[in-house]
Unconditional design. Structure first.
Length: 666
């Protein structure tokens, strides 16, 4: 039974034997083989009932915030100032944390929580442990200053300002001397024992030294260079020689200077740069102008000249006249030489080989030319001695040497007293000093005007034609202006290019209808034009591309006025194409007709039935039309070409078509 133990186990022949539990032991169930010690309650528990022979002591777990040593020791709550730091009642309570000077208590401790401390905030302090709060630093009022700054554990220390000093705000680190305004300000009221002097900021353009010194405006010739009136005014920048004053200085702005770029100055602070002297045509620039020196000019040596103002050098020759042919062009130079470029398949450039030339080449053997003309495949020059020479295609005898041998060598037709030369497709004509005309070459359509269609290999007189003042050979026809202002034409007339009101081919000169005041005549491929004494223009013949300029494409058998063109000083037509151009007295040019490859120079490829202005050209002195290209000479002796360039006929070193004027690479 409980309270006993089995001392001898029973057998099949004997009974179980029991004995009472020894002192301080117990058994709580029957037939235990041994009795258990009463024992003590563990630490962290409290004995709430004593042990008996049949039961152990009753132990209850202690709650947090208490300390239970175990056994029969009674439970002890954590006393004031201590707490159960590990929530384990088996361990003793510990003291709360101590807040040191420079801290204050945020939360007071309890039996289950520690005391919480925090460092004093800015501008506060504490001097004792476990301070309930931090104290704000004292404020040093105006009239005093901070001698020692406060810390977390000490207060701020203040002292009164010494004599003749002041502080105008709280907690100043120092006292200021009375009566001293800083540089850059002007004292407008003196200081007192309780206030500083009144200092007013000085405006830009003045200098204020501070203290009681009065404000000073920057004197003439000086300025407030840094916008700081605390610094002294400085002198304006001096413009050196080679510069000029671009704007004068004042109290707040420096003098500005500009370098001379197209003139010079030799003194400091010049009000302007003196323009360099211009070297007139006939002289050259022997010393370029600089920012400090004038341009120097020297007269060209004898036998040389310059055409442009401020030419860099003199030369013995410049382009003076241009001639456009079928696929080539030429220029007459002032020294009597000739240069040509473009197609050379039949030696029309006057040089060996048959390859085209993209830039001008000198025609050898010609040194005294006064006129050059270009036909479709041949070229001729009139010489100073009034003879002439030709080269290129000669399959129809157009060179006039009595053969049909084409050559780049120069041949001289048996002519003298030549005053004008003109070249067509396959024929050539010359006007002589006596007013008569000689023609030679192809004559299938009567273009030689001798009453036949027989090819002539030497110059042949055009009969019954005198008083000629101007001559022009076209594609397959020829025209002459007489001194009385009338015009005679002969040759092919299938497009009414003879202007006689018919389409009948004429083997002898035939008068153009309704034309009595002509001053210039030019024959093209299928049309002809004339400039009249009033400097207007009349044209006639084929008009499929608007080359007559009358705003139609209607063929005209008699002259019609070119609309929108006046003050004309020169005419040119393409004798192998279908466009016309006029040089105007103001130095500009107008063109009309076919424009498929931009030969009109207006920046487009639109065919024009009326005259349009050539873009970007002014001061033109000569104009010529080739086959679908055009060239112009400018006052400086340079030339521009535009239009088709498949045979390098523009002379710009390329084979690129040009819609606007492009310099010839002389």
């Amino acid at each position: 039974m409980p309270g006993t133990l089995v001392s001898v186990a029973g057998t099949d022949i004997s009974d179980r034997q029991c004995a009472p539990c020894p002192s301080d032991t117990y058994s709580s169930s029957p037939n235990q083989t041994s009795c258990l010690p009463h024992g003590a309650c563990a630490a962290g528990t409290e004995q709430t009932a004593a042990a008996t022979p049949t039961s152990a002591p009753v132990c209850s777990t202690c709650e947090a915030g208490t300390y239970c040593a175990g056994a029969a020791t009674p439970k002890q709550p954590c006393g004031n100032g201590t707490w159960d730091d590990d929530a384990n009642p088996a361990t003793a309570c510990v003291a709360w944390r101590a807040c040191v000077p420079g801290q204050s208590i945020v939360t007071t401790g309890s039996a289950v929580a520690d005391r919480v401390c925090a460092t004093c905030s800015s501008a506060t302090f504490s001097t004792e442990a476990n301070a309930a709060s931090c104290t704000a630093w004292r404020s040093c009022s105006p009239g005093s200053y901070v001698t020692t700054q406060g810390t977390f554990t000490t207060d701020r220390q203040c002292a009164a300002c010494p004599a003749d000093t002041y502080s105008s705000s709280s907690n100043q680190a120092s006292c200021l001397p009375q009566g001293v305004c800083p540089a850059g300000t002007e004292q407008t009221a003196p200081g007192t024992s309780s206030s500083a002097p009144v200092c007013t900021a000085c405006v830009a353009g003045t200098y204020c030294a501070g203290g009681t010194t009065p404000k000073q405006a920057c004197p003439s010739g000086t300025w407030d260079h840094d916008g700081n009136s605390a610094t002294a005014c400085v002198g304006w920048t001096n413009c050196s020689a080679g510069q000029a004053i671009s704007s004068n200085g004042n109290a707040t702005r420096d003098r500005s200077c500009s370098s001379c770029t197209s003139g010079y100055s030799t003194v400091a602070n010049a009000t302007s740069c003196t323009p360099w002297s211009d070297c007139a045509p006939g002289s050259y620039v022997s010393a370029s102008g600089t920012a400090t020196t004038n341009r120097q000019c020297t007269t060209c040596p004898t036998g040389q000249t310059s055409l442009a103002t401020n030419a860099t050098a003199c030369a013995s020759g410049f382009p003076s006249k241009l001639a456009g042919g079928g696929q080539h062009a030429c220029a007459l130079f002032t020294d009597g030489t000739v240069r040509c470029w473009g197609n050379n398949d039949i030696w029309q450039l006057g040089v060996g080989g048959t390859l085209p030339r993209s830039t001008p080449v000198v025609v050898s053997g010609v040194s005294n030319a006064v006129e050059v003309v270009a036909g479709r495949y041949h070229t001729c020059a009139r010489l100073a001695d009034k003879t002439m020479t030709c080269w290129g295609n000669n399959k129809n005898g157009e060179l006039g040497d009595g053969t049909t041998t084409s050559t780049y060598n120069k041949v001289v037709p048996d002519l003298s007293d030549v005053v004008q030369v003109t070249a067509g497709w396959f024929h050539t004509c010359a006007r002589l000093g006596d007013g008569t005309v000689r023609c030679w070459g192809g004559n299938n359509n009567g273009e030689l005007g001798d009453g036949s269609t027989t090819e002539r290999w030497v110059p042949t007189l055009v009969p019954d034609l005198t008083g000629v003042a101007d001559i022009s050979a076209g594609g397959n026809h020829t025209c002459a202006r007489l001194g009385d202002g009338t015009v005679r034409c002969w040759g092919l007339n299938s497009y009414s290019q003879l202007g006689d009101g018919t389409q009948t081919t004429r083997l002898v000169p035939t008068q153009v209808s309704n034309l009595t005041t002509a001053r210039e005549v030019v024959a093209g491929y299928r049309h002809t034009c004339a400039r009249l004494s009033d400097n207007t223009v009349r044209c006639w013949g084929g008009n499929g591309d608007g080359q007559l300029g009358d705003n139609t494409t209607k063929e005209r058998s008699t002259p019609v006025i070119v609309s929108g063109v006046s003050s004309v000083s020169q005419l040119t037509v393409s004798d192998t194409g279908s466009h016309t151009c006029a040089r105007i007295s103001d130095g500009t040019a107008r063109c009309w007709g076919r424009n498929t490859v931009a030969q009109l120079g207006d920046g487009s490829t639109a065919t024009r039935l009326q005259a349009v202005m050539v873009q970007g050209l002014f001061g033109i002195t000569d104009l010529t039309a080739g086959a679908d290209f055009t060239c112009a000479r400018l006052p400086d002796g340079t030339a521009r070409c535009w239009g088709i360039n498949n045979y390098n006929q523009l002379g710009d070193g390329t084979s690129t078509n040009r819609s606007t004027p492009t310099p010839v690479a002389f």
